[in-house]
Write a protein that binds this ligand. Structure first.
Ligand code: SF4
Length: 498
């Protein structure tokens, strides 16, 4: 009798984080806030649902109502499973609410406690405030030590809680000013949505690493990580919050200030490649169009003779379409994704690991057999999934497999709000492109160049090496904010001359 055993828990995700099958960078948070509408929390739940791709581990909503004051609900799991029932949403009344979805925050990977789930709430002399943070504070260890020495009692392991404690120690008279004070002490990347009893506040760090946009809904306003979440509630996209800008929104309208020392923006270029949804607008252009342009650049830089261009679904799809349009090689759905498989289940045996990718992706055999196939993916992180996909394609009878990657080699970890494996686990940190090709055992492997990526996002002259227009640290190793906590923990920056 066969020794093949079925998995004990086919949809158990408990091993996901440590698995070699977890082979994508993960955006850690999405934030959303609404003011000036009836039952604002319902809009926030919808907005968070549209931002679910930015974090699936947990979510939370805080609302304020004149009678019931501040109310909150924080839960593990998907928004649709937690914030759709009447019984939960009725506990979140009022015309103002903010929310947060998270993947994981620094310090608590793999062992999230409900106390780490945002928004965080603080009660100050002038009233309460709740905040939701997307990004990562790179001097959180030092701040936490200082705050604890001065008497602060932390409730969570999240770096974001520092902001609440810094606000509590500020001597300013109102909450927006206290928030300014607090955020001036914070290093790293932050997009913040916060609320008081009467104000919705949005802030972006001076480099504008993570996105934040403003929308209008009826007489009210919305703040969101991405425009796709404005669409779902029927809000009109007004504009992006500028890097270094703080907006304070009341029933009188939007007040804008720039409280930080101005700096040249360094938006995360990986938002264009992978994190943001393709139906969102970034920098005045649809993310889908940008990804298609990345595929076109890739085809110009790395042509190859083949019969089909196939995306690794779903994130490789727009780039594959761009590659196909530029090269003239037909586009085809050579790999089919099971849309009902949220996340690959993982069990700790090798056999079950191999099944993991097959549960999510399956090869369209009739199409692939006997063909020279170009596979377009958004990135290679550890390379484990790429290798399994290649095996599936060859098993299906492909004659040749050529990988084309819509980002440069990911050789450095991100410390600005994206979950990245340690540097030594990144394939590109230890191997050249040719060594990676050999490791993946494919006929060819090519990544888009950093200049090509810059051209595709709209920088006609490519990357300015003296003053890069974006954050691209995970490709270049040039960090726009020194990751001081990580250096303290032993991380070695790239030598200046390398
Ligand atoms: S290091 Fe990479 S993923 Fe992180 S913010 Fe910079 S470009 Fe984005």
């Amino acid at each position: 009798m066969s020794k093949i055993m079925p998995p004990a828990h086919p949809f158990d995700t408990s091993y996901l984080r440590d698995s070699d099958d977890d082979d994508k960078l993960k955006e850690e948070c999405g934030i959303f806030g609404v003011i000036g509408v009836v039952d604002a929390s319902n809009f926030v739940a919808l907005g968070l649902h549209a931002l679910q791709h930015r974090g699936q581990e947990a979510g939370g909503i805080v609302s304020h109502d004149k009678v019931q004051g501040f109310q909150s609900a924080r839960r593990f799991g998907y928004v649709r499973d937690n914030f759709t029932s009447k019984s939960v949403m009725e506990t979140l009344p009022g015309p103002i609410a903010i929310g947060h979805v998270r993947y994981s925050t620094a310090g608590s990977k793999g062992q999230t406690a409900i106390r780490d789930v945002q928004p965080f709430f603080g009660e100050f002399a002038m009233g309460g405030a709740a905040i939701a943070h997307n990004g990562n504070i790179t001097n959180a260890n030092a701040l936490r030590r200082e705050l604890i020495e001065r008497g602060s009692i932390f409730q969570s392991s999240s770096d974001s809680e520092c902001i609440i404690h810094l606000m509590a120690r500020s001597l300013q008279r109102n909450i927006p000013e206290r928030m300014e004070d607090a955020l001036r002490r914070v290093e790293g990347a932050f997009s913040v949505v916060a609320m008081t009893r009467t104000k919705l506040i949005g802030v972006r760090d001076p480099l504008g690493v993570r996105p934040l946009v403003l929308g209008k809904i009826g007489d009210g306003w919305a703040l969101s990580s991405e425009t796709c979440a404005l669409d779902i509630i029927g809000a009109e996209f007004i504009r992006e919050i500028e890097p270094g800008e703080m907006v304070v929104i009341t029933e009188k309208g939007v007040d804008s200030q720039f409280p930080f020392r101005p700096q040249k923006p360094r938006f995360c270029i990986f938002e264009h490649v992978y994190f943001s949804r393709p139906d969102s607008i970034l920098g005045g252009r649809s993310v889908y169009e940008t990804r298609e342009a990345i595929g076109r650049e890739l085809a110009k830089e790395s042509p190859v003779e083949a019969d089909l261009v196939c995306p690794v679904p779903d994130s490789g799809t727009p780039a594959a379409i761009g590659y196909s349009l530029e090269s003239g090689i037909p586009y085809a759905m050579g790999i089919i994704r099971n849309q009902y498989m949220g996340r690959t289940f993982i069990e700790p045996t090798e056999q079950i690991r191999n099944m993991g990718v097959r549960l999510k992706l399956n090869v369209n055999r009739a199409l692939i057999r006997g063909k020279r196939v170009i596979l377009v993916d958004d990135s290679v992180v550890r390379g484990t999934t790429s290798r399994k996909i290649k095996e599936m394609i060859l098993d299906a009878g492909a004659k040749e497999v050529h990988f084309r990657i819509a980002s440069p080699p990911t050789a450095w970890p991100c410390f600005y709000g994206v979950d990245t494996p340690q540097r030594e686990k990144l394939l590109a940190a230890t191997m050249s492109e040719e060594e990676m090709r050999d490791h993946l055992q494919v006929d060819s492997l090519k990544f888009i160049s950093l200049d090509g990526l810059y051209r595709a996002v709209g920088e006609a002259k490519g990357r300015n090496p003296k003053q890069p227009q974006y954050c691209d640290a995970c490709f270049s190793g040039e960090y726009p904010v020194v990751p001081s906590d990580q250096i303290e923990d032993g991380f070695e920056m790239k030598p200046a001359a390398e």
